[in-house]
Every structure is written in C-alpha cells, then in structure tokens.
Ligand binder design. Structure first.
Ligand SMILES: [Cu+2]
Length: 207
C-alpha cells in the first residue's frame, strides 16, 4: 500500500464520525429482550459498491431472523450450540450463527454514495455487557472486515474497521441488584423503566 494512500485513509478515519462505519442504529437494549438489530451501512469499501453483508452472531444470541430485502438473497447459517437452551418449551440444540444478504445483481448493490440498513430480530442474552457484532462487508473487487475490538473499554477511536457495538443493559426490575459485581466495560446501566420484567417483584396494588 502506498504511503499517501495510508495517510488518506487515516485522515478519513479521523474525520468520519462513527456514523460512517457499519453501526447499529439502536446501540443499546435490555438483556433477554427481543431486539431488532439494524445494521446501518454508511459507505462501501474504499468507494466500491456493497454487494453483500454477513453478520456473525455472538454467543447467546437466540433465534435470529433476518429481515428480507428486495433484490438481496438471504442465507442463514446454523451451528450446534455449546450451551443448548429452552425456548417455548423446546430444547434448542442448534441455532443461527450467521446471517448473510447478497445483492442479486449490480442494480441491487448498494452504491458508495448511498446508505442502507440491514435488519434482523434476535433474542438477546440474559447477561448485561458490551457485545461486538462482526460484520463482513463484501464489495465489488474487495471487502472490509468490520471485526476490530478495542483492547479495553468500548471506545472505537483509532480503529479502522471496528465491529458493531451493542450495549446490553440489565433488564428493568434488576436494578435493585446493582450491588452485584458489574463487568468493568459496562458504563452505568440505564435500563429503561418502561420494560416490565417478570422478575420484578409484584408491588401490592392495594388501591
Ligand atoms: Cu466508516
């Protein structure tokens, strides 16, 4: 790679906000809830149009279902689970581990000067904390592997191709457990109080 090219990429990286990367439109969600993950693709690969997107689901993400897109072919990949779980009374021993959207033709490909969103529905793990979604962006004549994760914390500053960050917040109703040791990477959890949770001790409604 020529030095000038590297300088341009670096400058570009500094100038762009994280909005230009592949990010989650809704980067925060309570643990154990059904979450619509919307991956926002802000640009192609060094100017080339995006022809495909493959997202790897972190462990504990259950029953992922991609949202179909006109002009794009969907593929879901399943794998045997190290830790089977029960859903709606059934034991789940294998689950979706990767989702892929491929443009059916050049017309469907996402031009560099446009943006689009790729979504899926998934049940989030019960544990709060920072989770990174690895996204492989395939383009005409190249690709970008959005897989970089900071050594500590959750700042993606200085990373050229960071994975998409999701902050899983403690479920509402578990705030009383705040004295439990929290994972260091998690900033003060602000779970919306508007999500009633079955673990919430039922307050006595005497009125
Ligand atoms: Cu970017």
């Amino acid at each position: 790679m020529r030095p000038l090219f590297i300088v341009l990429i670096t400058l570009g990286g500094l100038a762009q906000s994280s909005l230009a990367h592949i990010v989650l439109a809704e980067p925060k969600a309570p643990a154990g809830t059904y979450y619509k993950a919307t991956l926002r693709v802000g640009h192609g690969c060094n100017g080339a149009a995006t022809t495909g997107l493959a997202v790897t689901l972190p462990p504990g993400f259950q029953g992922a279902k991609p949202q179909p897109k006109t002009g794009w072919t969907l593929t879901t990949q399943k794998a045997k689970l190290a830790q089977p779980y029960t859903s709606h009374g059934k034991l789940i021993t294998e689950d979706v581990v990767q989702l892929q959207w491929m443009a059916q033709n050049q017309t469907s490909a996402l031009a560099d000067d446009a943006f689009d969103e790729f979504a899926f529905l998934v049940r989030l793990p019960q544990e709060a904390g920072a989770v990174w979604l690895r996204v492989l962006q395939m383009c005409e004549g190249g690709q970008t592997d959005w897989s970089e994760v900071p050594a500590t914390g959750t700042s993606t500053r200085g990373l050229k191709a960071p994975a998409a960050l999701l902050m899983i917040t403690p479920p509402a109703g578990h705030e009383a457990h705040a004295s439990e040791p929290a994972k260091p990477a998690v900033p003060a959890a602000k779970a919306p109080a508007s999500h009633p949770h079955h673990h919430t001790p039922a307050p006595s409604h005497s009125h």
